[in-house]
Ligand binder design. Sequence first.
Ligand code: DHB
Ligand code: FE
Length: 279
Amino acid sequence: MADLIGGIGTSHVPAIGAAIDHGKTGESYWKPLFDGVEPARAWIAEHKPDVCIVVYNDHASQFDLSLIPTFALGMGATFDIHDEGYGPRPVPQVHGDPDFAWHLAESLILDEFDMTLVTDMTVDHGLTVPLSLAYGQPDAWPCKVIPLCVNVIQYPPPTGNRCFQLGRALRRAIDSYDKDIKVAIFGTGGMSHQLQGERAGLTNREYDLQWLDQFVSDPATLLNIGHTEYLRETGSEGIELVMWLIMRGAMNERVRELHRFHHIPVSNTAYGLLVLEND
Ligand code: DHB
Ligand code: FE
C-alpha cells in the first residue's frame, strides 16, 4: 500500500529559485537560508519518496482570471515549466503519476471534494521552487510529482478548515492506493509577506512562529482563522498559509517535528520551513 512518509512545509519565493539557478547559494545574503534548508534536503535524500504531492498555488501562470479552480489536481504524465516572464526556469520537466492521480481524483470526488482535474498544465515557481529547495539541481527530478493547485489569488480563497479537511480526505485516498510507494506531501507558500500596496514588505515573525507552534501541536486551533486575520497579521499574500493546512490534514494528528527554520528576509518576505513525520 502507499505510505505517507512525511510532510514538508516551505515558502516558495521565486528569488530562491533564481539564487539556485544563478549559482548564488553560497553568497552571504543566501548562505544562511540554504544552510537552514540543508536538514530538509538530507531528510528527503535519506527517505527518497517515490511521489511528492505538492500543494501550491499558481500565480496567474497556467490559470488566469478566465478560469479559477479552487482545487485543481494535475493528472498529466508531464508538466512543462511555465515562462513567468524571464524564460522558463532551467529545471527539469516535472513528471506526474497519472495512475495515482486518477486514484486520488476518484477517492476525493467520491469523498465529496469536487476537484478540478487538469490533464494539461504548466507549473510555476509555486511548485518548482520547493522542488529545487528539496533536491537542488538534478538532471531529472528524482520523484514523480502530483500538483495540487489551490486558488489563493482571487477572492474568495478556500478556508483553512476546508483545506485541512481536504488534507484528511487526501490521506484517506493515499492510504487506499494499492501500490507500494512512498509518498511525501508538500504544503507551500507563505509565510507572512505582502508584495504590493502600502504595506509591501510586511513580515510578522512573532505571528509566524506562534502559527508554526499551533500548526505542529494543535492545528485545530488554526482552522477558524479568517481571511481578515491573515490579511492583517501576515499581509496580503500570507493567505498562502492555508495550503500548509492541506499538508497538515494529511498527516497524523500527532507528528514529530524533525526540523524547523524561519528566516527574514528572503527577498522581502518571511521564509518558513518544517519537516514532519507521522508519530
Ligand atoms: C514572491 C512571490 C511569491 O509567490 C511568494 O509566495 C513570495 C514572494 C515574490 O515575488 O517575491
Ligand atoms: Fe506565492
